[in-house]
Write a protein that binds this ligand. Structure first.
Ligand code: HEM
Length: 153
């Protein structure tokens, strides 16, 4: 068991965070619908194993499916991903996880981002930002769309 996992309260501590997290995810108006047919017990078990691995545990095995192939058919957007990350952040804070445990967990989540969302759906770091008027910069509607919002290239 790694230091970080121990300081998160071991596997029971991680599982408690994951239970809070999925309670929020499953009823969330933005992403909850995606989980309509998912098996809650399985999600909690596999996410707990994964979190332990991400935090350095070598004596825990991830028994779930490979994540990129599992998420590809969902055609996830950057918005879906960011909403899930926010709910995870809130669940970690609700359980008072130490700051360095939270930071390490979130770092791994961020690393997985490009592997789990549909590439063409992510507009990059500019997406969703308010661009100040008159700067000459334009928001891209879609990463693969060569035209601007007004239909002109
Ligand atoms: C780093 C980010 C993510 C991680 C670590 C993660 C992890 C997982 C894990 C461990 C499972 C269960 C694996 C299994 O059943 O074998 C799962 C399933 C699932 N995930 Fe994610 N996920 C991530 C991002 C997302 C996002 C952003 C969404 C949508 C908002 C999402 C939606 C789903 C759904 C709907 C399932 C159930 C699919 C099914 O049972 O067919 N995931 N995820």
């Amino acid at each position: 068991m790694s230091q970080l996992v121990q300081r998160a309260g071991g596997l029971p501590g991680l599982e408690a965070v994951i239970v809070t997290f999925y309670d929020a995810v499953l009823r969330d108006p933005m992403i909850g619908y995606l989980f309509a047919r998912a098996d809650r017990g399985r999600l909690i078990r596999t996410e707990t194993e994964l979190a332990a691995r991400l935090l350095g545990a070598t004596d825990v095995r991830y028994s779930g499916r490979p994540l990129p192939a599992l998420h590809a058919p969902l055609r996830l957007t950057g918005g879906h991903f960011d909403r899930r990350t926010q709910l995870l952040r809130e669940a970690m804070a609700a359980h008072d996880l130490p700051d360095d445990v939270q930071a390490a967990w979130l770092e791994h989540v961020t690393d997985m981002r490009p592997h789990l969302i549909a590439a063409a759906d992510d507009c990059g770091p500019e997406a969703g930002r308010v661009v100040p008027a008159g700067t000459g910069r334009r928001l891209m509607i879609h990463a693969s769309d060569p035209k601007g919002p007004d239909g002109r290239p």
